[in-house]
Design a protein around this ligand. Structure first.
Ligand code: ADP
Length: 632
């Protein structure tokens, strides 16, 4: 099924739901009925019409089965009582045939249905993953967002509860309704009051179940939060990237202690919920014993008074047992559906939160040449008060090469993150080719920029897959190989028998290789080159882990590779800004100095000039030191 279509449908249906309920902001609960409507729509969106037919067939087959097991034995017992062998054989044969057909049919349908329900749940994961990459960056480290996400995702976490649970529960509930109707008819002919007792009992049992499950829903966010905190300490304790730090700074015991203390919060809360559920379960048991006892008393009295036959006695007793069981089961399922839809409602609300998943703009223009204008841009990170960028104005002409320089923490990387659309300016605007960046379709926009950040993530996949992503065709593999060659990784690759198919990291493949910091930076460069002739190239300290010679080689290559494109380069090594047309020196959230290298060097009290001279001196001193050492 086309994911886009599903996603749009989902957004639409939820949007309708939300607007109906006046949004009462994102806090309004989505009702069980709306969730079920959405889930039924998922079936039609996935073109699985036959699932409805399976529902109906299962409802009939599985619903009639318990009735046959009560109805036929009544006639068999009466035939034995009356000494009629023919009648007994007749009812026994038909009992066997019908029970077998109904049981086998139900069994087969059930297996088929569960497989389909699973597919529908997994489809929701795909929708979530597709949407998740558009989450505004600011939320990724926001604890509220993380807790809400983890709470929302619970609905997709297993087969029996939440989203998939609702399908299964409705599937199992429908036959129970058919059975209950059958038993009502059977009991109604004997003593109608039994039906009221049974229904009254079932309603009370339903209320008990709802009450017992309410607590787990009420505490869901606290539970998710406690689990997240406990997991954090467990996970970093096992994270390879923390390995060196933990060993050198003896952090292991501290982490274990923190994990234990956070886990105990989770365990306590979980225990409290379970205790509540057990208490309610006990109450439920005592209550049903009492009401069933009363019904048996009536039937047995009727038999001894000669009002009913032995067969009818047996049938009525079984019908009482069955109806109260079925009513209790149906009540239990309705209560569970209520809880499951509450969880799914959370998921839908989360997925429909426009703040988390901003609606993508519609502009998908080709951006080559690429012109940028920052107008009065202010920005502070969520949860902080300090403005990192403060009314910043800057224009980067098409095909211009701009060097962004400034002290650590002056906001260079932040500016790049804003240009990538990861964060939105707190104030002001970013204009790309005369249109607001906010109006662009971010996915298409990001396809048109190549960025090399100072910190790069590599994946436990082959070297080539780390460039292309998976399932690339031959043509794309060739492009990736050429990119790897251009950044100087070809020699390294040639050292592996598997060449470019050598796996990186040891998480998946124990024979996987680890790249050095410099090699990882080269890999990041190759990814940028692989993107092709993008209108904008951004290099954020791409050579910090490279030695001086590798750095020079790479810049020389890049100079030719980025010609004809707009480029922004951040580098601490000011000498590498020489191939830039303009230099912007950032300080206190604004562009403090702007011009060509020569213009800035001519500003006697200029910060850039000062920085350049200090760095030049350092390099000269370092050079002298090397010479002295060599001469010695
Ligand atoms: P530069 O690239 O010039 O070294 P950055 O843009 O990385 O500077 O950082 C600018 C300021 O923003 C710094 O004070 C940094 O501490 C702060 N900062 C960076 N990332 C975050 C974040 N995710 N949350 C809060 N503050 C941040």
């Amino acid at each position: 099924m086309m994911l886009y279509e599903l996603e749009n449908n989902m957004a639409l249906s939820i949007h309708n739901m939300e607007s109906e309920t006046n949004m009462a902001e994102q806090k309004t609960k989505i009702s069980a009925w709306k969730v079920i409507k959405y889930q039924m729509k998922v079936i039609t969106d996935m073109k699985k019409w036959y699932v409805f037919i399976i529902y109906i067939m299962y409802m009939l087959l599985s619903g009639l089965l318990p009735i046959t097991t009560v109805w036929f034995p009544r006639h068999i017992i009466d035939a034995i009582y009356n000494g009629s062998l023919t009648q007994m054989s007749f009812y026994t044969i038909w009992f066997c045939i019908s029970a077998t057909i109904l049981a086998v049919g139900s069994f087969l349908l059930e297996g088929y249905a569960i497989g389909n329900f699973l597919e529908m749940r997994l489809e929701q994961y795909s929708i979530y993953h597709r949407k998740y990459k558009d989450v505004s960056f600011q939320y990724l480290e926001n604890p509220d967002f993380i807790a809400q996400r983890s709470s929302a995702m619970r609905t997709l976490s297993n087969n029996d509860e939440g989203f998939q649970g609702t399908y299964t529960l409705i599937f199992r509930l429908l036959p129970e309704i058919v059975s209950i109707i059958g038993f009502v008819i059977i009991l109604g002919t004997f003593k109608p009051v039994i039906i009221f007792v049974a229904i009254g009992t079932a309603i009370i049992q339903y209320l008990i179940t709802v009450h017992s499950k309410k607590m787990s829903f009420r505490e869901r966010e606290n539970l998710a939060e406690a689990e997240r905190k406990a997991n954090y300490f467990y996970e970093i304790g096992h994270d390879f990237n923390y390995g060196k730090d933990i060993r050198l700074n003896q952090m292991s015991e501290k982490l274990q202690e923190l994990h234990k203390s956070k886990s105990s919060v989770f365990t306590l809360l979980f225990g409290k919920i379970k205790k509540h559920e057990y208490k309610m379960g006990l109450f439920d048991l005592v209550f049903s014993l009492l009401t069933n006892g009363l019904a048996y008393f009536w039937v047995i009295t009727a038999y001894f008074q000669g009002d009913i036959t032995l067969g009818q006695l047996s049938m009525t007793i079984w019908a009482i047992i069955a109806i109260s069981y079925k009513l209790q089961q149906a009540g239990d399922k309705i209560a569970k559906i209520k809880v499951a839809t509450d969880f799914t409602g959370e998921f839908l609300r989360f997925m429909n939160n426009e703040a988390y998943f901003p609606v993508n703009g519609s502009i998908i223009n080709k951006l080559h040449p690429f012109q940028i204008e920052l107008k009065n841009v202010c920005f502070k990170y969520p949860g902080t008060d300090k403005y990192v960028l403060n009314h910043l104005n800057l224009k980067i002409d098409a095909k211009e090469k701009l060097a962004l320089v400034g002290l650590n923490g002056s906001g260079k990387t932040t500016l790049v993150k804003l240009l990538c659309g990861f964060y939105q300016p707190t104030e002001g605007e970013i204009i790309i080719n005369d249109q607001k960046l906010a109006d662009f379709n971010l996915e298409k926009y990001r396809d048109q920029i190549a960025v090399v950040f100072q910190d790069t993530n590599i994946y436990a996949a082959s070297i080539i897959e780390n460039i292309t992503g998976e399932n690339a065709d031959k043509h794309h593999n060739l492009l990736a190989l050429s990119a790897l060659e251009k950044v100087g990784l070809a020699e390294k690759i040639a050292t592996f028998p598997e060449a470019e198919n050598k796996q990186l990291l040891k998480v998946i493949d124990p024979e996987g290789t680890e790249f050095s910091g410099g090699e990882i930076q080269k890999l990041a460069m190759a990814r940028a080159l692989y993107k092709g002739d993008t209108g904008l190239v951004i290099l954020d300290e791409p050579t910090a882990s490279l030695d001086a010679i590798a750095e020079r080689d790479l810049y020389q290559k890049f100079e030719t590779l980025i010609s004809g494109r707009t480029a922004i380069m951040i580098s601490h090594r000011l000498a590498s800004t020489r191939f830039c047309d303009k230099i912007a020196y950032l300080a206190n959230g604004i562009v403090k100095e702007y011009g060509t290298h020569d213009e800035l060097m001519n500003m006697q009290d200029g910060s850039y000039r000062h920085m350049f001279l200090v760095q030049g001196k350092y390099y000269r001193e370092e050079g002298n030191l090397c010479e002295t050492t060599e001469n010695a």
